[in-house]
Design a protein around this ligand. Structure first.
Ligand code: UD1
Length: 365
């Protein structure tokens, strides 16, 4: 049998922990040439490089360096650069993960070049097309030949949109594969001590959705929420560059830097994982963190109107709240006093999702 060449695409921070276990599972198999293409959507040390090092990813085989821009600019730059890669590399399969602009851009190129597309984390739907990620998900799934799903809702959504049963594979969650692999290593990081938090209850916060941070009014509410939470417990807030830029632009940085608030630059994978595992409560608008806290059974308050990951609510520790500082602080207090949920973990979130994907892609089993 000839060697199968599989190109996996990474672009933005939440992609790296998904591709790392998959690349490992593919690379250790005979007859597979597994290559990584980094689009450069995220490019900073803290948004990209530290993840490669900590997750043991090799240097990307191809780096496209597209950088930031409007949605159309960024997507178009990825497409133009990635098309050349597909012409040069002639892959047998292209793997895309998640829902970022690089995901949709590369799946579109692959489909036009008649290369089979595998989408990892297919089928998630918030039903909210105002979210750029929702548009990316719907389009990517329509173009994909292999649909690898993390939770049962994904299978239902794909069926309802007309996907064929043979395309849909419920394999579990590759991001949890990374968490399982690196949890012990993360527990050895001294980040909690370095922040002077030893023994204190703290909330871990992240906030970067355009709807929460791109306009002055919601971002002012985020600042209020942070300050009010900090009246009750320490708040650790590693802020995404988008959020930091907006805090400066709207003149809100001084207001958020109140006593008890640790406003930090983005953290690497291992420091963030330790902070998440030991947090009293997590307050976020991220997609992936809803899943990681579910696995770790840490209370999670998600500041969004909807979630594309309903299993984190039905089975996990997550709940949705609107951006209302009083309500969030009240709910955080309630959750602090509660015993951690012991209702198990979502099916197939067991550290072996990448293996299952490799088996399907290579026709094993
Ligand atoms: C992207 C994803 C989002 C994901 C998030 C995780 C899309 C549509 N959105 O949003 O789903 O949750 O990544 O981080 O793909 N910037 C830097 N350094 C970097 C990267 C970005 O400073 O390495 C700044 C730039 O000012 C840029 C801004 O962050 O304009 C936003 O970056 P962008 O890639 O456009 O979207 P994210 O908000 O990061």
């Amino acid at each position: 049998m000839s060697r199968q060449k599989i190109l996996s695409v990474v672009g933005a921070r939440p992609n790296f922990m998904k591709v790392a276990p998959l690349h490992r599972a593919l690379d250790e198999r005979e007859g597979v040439d597994s290559r990584i293409v980094h689009t450069g959507q995220h490019y900073d040390e803290e948004m990209s490089d530290v993840f490669f090092r900590q997750l043991g990813l090799p240097e990307p085989d191809v780096y496209l360096g597209v950088g930031s821009g409007t949605h159309a600019e960024q997507t178009a730059r990825v497409m133009t650069a990635f098309e050349e890669v597909v012409f040069d590399e002639e892959p047998d399969v292209i793997v895309v993960v998640g829902d970022v602009n690089s995901t949709v851009a590369c799946s579109l190129v692959a489909a036009k070049c008649h290369v089979p597309v595998a989408h990892v984390e297919a089928g998630l739907r918030s039903g909210d097309r105002d979210m750029p990620e929702e548009v990316n998900r719907v389009v990517t799934d329509q173009l994909s030949d292999y649909l690898f799903v993390t939770e049962p809702s994904g299978v239902d959504n794909l069926r309802a949109e007309g996907a064929h049963d043979e395309q849909v594979h419920f394999v579990g969650n590759v991001m949890i594969d990374s968490l399982v692999q690196f949890r012990k290593k993360a527990q050895q990081r001294p980040i909690i001590e370095d922040l002077g938090l030893g023994g204190a209850d703290y909330a871990l916060m992240t906030m970067h959705r355009p709807s929460n941070v791109d306009h002055k009014e919601p971002l002012t509410e985020v600042v209020q929420m942070t300050r009010q939470l900090a009246d009750r417990l320490e708040v650790v807030f590693p802020a995404h560059p988008r959020t930091q830029n907006r805090l400066d632009e709207f003149g809100l940085r001084e207001q958020i830097e109140a006593p008890g608030v640790h406003l930090l630059d983005p953290l690497g994978y291992l420091d963030f994982l330790r902070l998440m595992e030991e947090a009293a409560v997590v307050v976020t608008d991220s997609g992936g963190i809803q899943e990681e806290t579910t696995f770790l059974q840490v209370p999670c308050l998600t500041i969004r109107e909807n979630t594309e990951r309903p299993v984190t609510i039905t089975k996990g520790t997550n709940e949705l709240l609107s951006l209302d500082p009083e309500a969030v602080v009240k709910r955080a207090e309630d959750r602090l006093g509660q015993a951690r949920a012991a209702n198990g973990r979502p099916d197939k979130w067991d550290g072996h999702a990448a293996e299952r994907i490799a088996e399907v892609l290579l026709g094993e089993g």
